[in-house]
Design a binder for this molecule. Structure first.
Ligand code: NI
Length: 155
């Protein structure tokens, strides 16, 4: 497979709710591999499966601290608030400030089906919230409080 096409705003798939992964099979592993390859090729810091047209609860991200692959991610707690600039590979050339929790705890599975728990603050919390929103058909533009000039990393 390899690099997949990233859907852009206006495509109905981006507005649909993704379903849980019930069983991690070869297709799931290929999806994960393709998603990270696509994310790096597009210089994004995160990518959710619906962005490549697959309505499954799978996200990948790398905020510069290594690749994170999360299957069925769920926010189990959040704390505080922060306002940071965001962008999105599915909404090219649009950037805006969004209010997110300052820190979150997320439960998920890794590619081996092992339960994992991620505690993220700052950019990692933003990225986790942004990508998990994609799984529910929500785009960051739904939450923008102020649009800004394009000079930000794409999430
Ligand atoms: Ni996005």
């Amino acid at each position: 497979m390899g690099i997949r096409k990233v859907l852009t705003d206006g495509d109905e798939t981006l507005r649909k709710k993704s379903r849980k992964v019930e069983k991690i099979d070869d297709r799931t592993i290929t999806l994960l591999d393709d998603m990270s390859e696509t994310m790096y090729a597009e210089n994004g810091v995160g990518l959710a499966a619906p962005q490549v047209g697959v309505l499954r609860r799978v996200i990948v991200m790398d905020i510069g601290e290594g690749l994170l692959e999360l299957i069925n991610p769920k926010i189990i707690s959040k704390k505080g608030a922060q306002i940071k600039a965001e962008g999105c590979l599915s909404v090219p050339d649009v950037f805006g400030e969004v209010k997110r929790p300052d820190s979150v705890v997320v439960s998920a599975m890794d590619r081996k089906g092992k339960k994992i728990r991620i505690e993220g603050s700052g950019l990692l919390a933003v990225c986790l919230c942004h990508e998990i929103d994609h799984l529910d058909g929500i785009l960051f533009t739904d939450k923008v409080i102020k649009y800004i000039e394009p000079d930000t990393d794409k999430i």
